[in-house]
Design a protein around this ligand. Structure first.
Ligand code: G6P
Length: 432
């Protein structure tokens, strides 16, 4: 079996390699191809990955490549974890927002839109290579942010390739809730016994159910979060909000619910998150380059991708072994939420088996959430159109539709700034 990782020079890769090493009996990987256009980084991260695998008796080989087509050829699984323009482009996205008095964030708001415009054409080229070169029925697993929006583009413009978008936020929420429950009950609970019910878009979802061994314990979980919100002034959410929603919002909803607080936070930059991550990555890459290092260092956890390898390898394993497990992923609605459009890519629980990723029937979100979802989905659909066709009119409309976008009479100025800053990564707008 061959797995290709596009963006294999990511500092997350060693965690992924560990995930494959842990599952080698059930998931018989033979070749792990790490592909990256940044050769130096690929050699550092890939060299470390090779040492990790060797230290475990070389159950599979790790092949390094700068050639996307060669990496994808004959793959059974292709994962994408790339960043067009690398961290400096993310920094530009963050400061673009700040400069215009808006949220400056990697996935949420105008920064997320800029990232989507750079990323979507690259991902669609990968999908086209998967269709042409990979094994028939190969699964494309997208981790690249903004993960929901990118998966929306794949669903619309590469329907012949089976694709799914994955984020570690749902599993991080599940593990956080589980820890909460364990603390209260004093009992240790294996995560496989717990299930999180959640619905929305990536980074715009609400957690609304939690069960252990099939028993719904949501009212208890929610009450304990409400009590915590009442007692802890540092709590992320205020108790009234939780009481009104009867759900726990994904933490990216802070940008919508507490925009002023988030804007005040970014007044303190530098460092923005990109700048922090650049520092963390510099240190990580220095450690990875150490020929004596054979296992991921503790500092990898500072990078922020908790459970990333668990999500990735669990999903591939469930697909390969036809397990029928439930995982929270980003896929086209396709009737799961019957009142909502079938072609909206949603983040929700889905059954994963050999035949694909099947979203489970879900009741729609209540009125107080639906408006926001619909507005952000409109922005996403317009952004996909803008990215694919270099359509400035659609890009303007996307900014107009976004709840965190600029005032209407400032849209043009922001758009010109966004397109100019990332000119070299936007051939659909500027020509090759
Ligand atoms: C969260 C988000 C991901 C993001 C990750 C790392 O888990 O859901 O989308 O990639 O954090 O974020 P960072 O700011 O550390 O790059």
């Amino acid at each position: 079996m061959k797995v290709a990782v596009i963006g294999g020079g990511s500092t997350y890769t060693p965690e992924l390699v560990n995930g494959f090493l842990d599952r080698v009996r059930e998931f018989p990987l033979k070749e792990l191809w790490l592909m990256d256009i940044d050769e130096q980084r690929l050699n550092t991260v890939g060299g470390f990955a090779q040492r990790m695998v060797k230290a475990k008796g070389s159950p599979f080989s790790v092949v390094l490549s700068t050639n996307q087509r060669e990496a994808i050829a004959d793959s059974d699984y292709v994962t994408t974890q790339l960043r067009v323009g690398q961290m400096p482009a993310r920094r530009e996205d963050e400061y673009l927002g700040q400069k215009h008095g808006l949220i400056g964030q990697e996935t949420t708001g105008v920064g997320g839109m800029a990232k989507a415009l750079r990323t979507i054409p690259v991902i669609l080229q990968i999908a086209s290579d998967v269709e042409e070169l990979a094994q028939p029925g190969a699964l494309l697993v997208n981790f690249t942010n903004p993960a929901g929006l990118v998966t929306q583009a794949l669903h619309q413009h590469a329907p012949e390739v089976t694709s799914v978008g994955v984020c570690n936020a749902p599993i991080t929420a599940k593990m956080g809730i589980l820890e909460h429950v364990e603390q209260e009950s004093g009992e240790s609970i294996d995560p496989s016994r717990a299930e999180l019910d959640t619905l929305g878009l990536n980074h715009l979802s609400w957690h609304r159910g939690f069960s252990i061994d099939g028993e719904d314990i949501w009212p208890r979980v929610l009450e304990s979060y409400i009590a915590e919100a009442k007692n802890d002034p540092e709590s992320d959410w205020d108790a009234n909000t939780l009481e009104a929603l009867r759900m726990l919002p994904n933490y990216y909803l802070e940008y919508y619910y507490y925009t002023d607080r988030k804007l005040a936070d970014q007044d303190k930059w530098p460092p923005s998150r990109a700048e922090e991550v650049m520092e963390v990555e510099k240190n990580l890459l220095r450690m990875y380059a150490d020929p004596g290092l054979q296992a991921p260092p503790e500092d990898l956890m500072k990078r922020g991708g908790a459970y990333y390898s668990t999500v990735a390898t669990q999903l591939l394993n469930a697909h390969y072994n036809d397990l029928g497990e439930t995982h929270v992923v980003n896929v086209a609605n396709n009737g799961a939420v019957s009142d909502w459009p079938a072609d909206w890519v949603l983040e929700l629980p889905a059954e994963v088996n050999k035949s694909g990723i099947h979203p489970l029937p879900a009741k729609p979100l209540p009125q107080e959430c639906f408006g926001l979802i619909a507005q952000v989905k409109s922005y996403e659909l317009l952004t996909v159109e803008a990215a694919v066709n270099g359509n400035r009119q659609a890009a303007f409309q996307a900014l107009l539709a976004h709840p965190l976008g600029p005032a209407a009479d400032k849209v043009q100025e922001l758009l010109e700034d966004m397109l100019e800053i990332h000119r070299q990564y936007l051939p659909n707008f500027w020509g090759a």
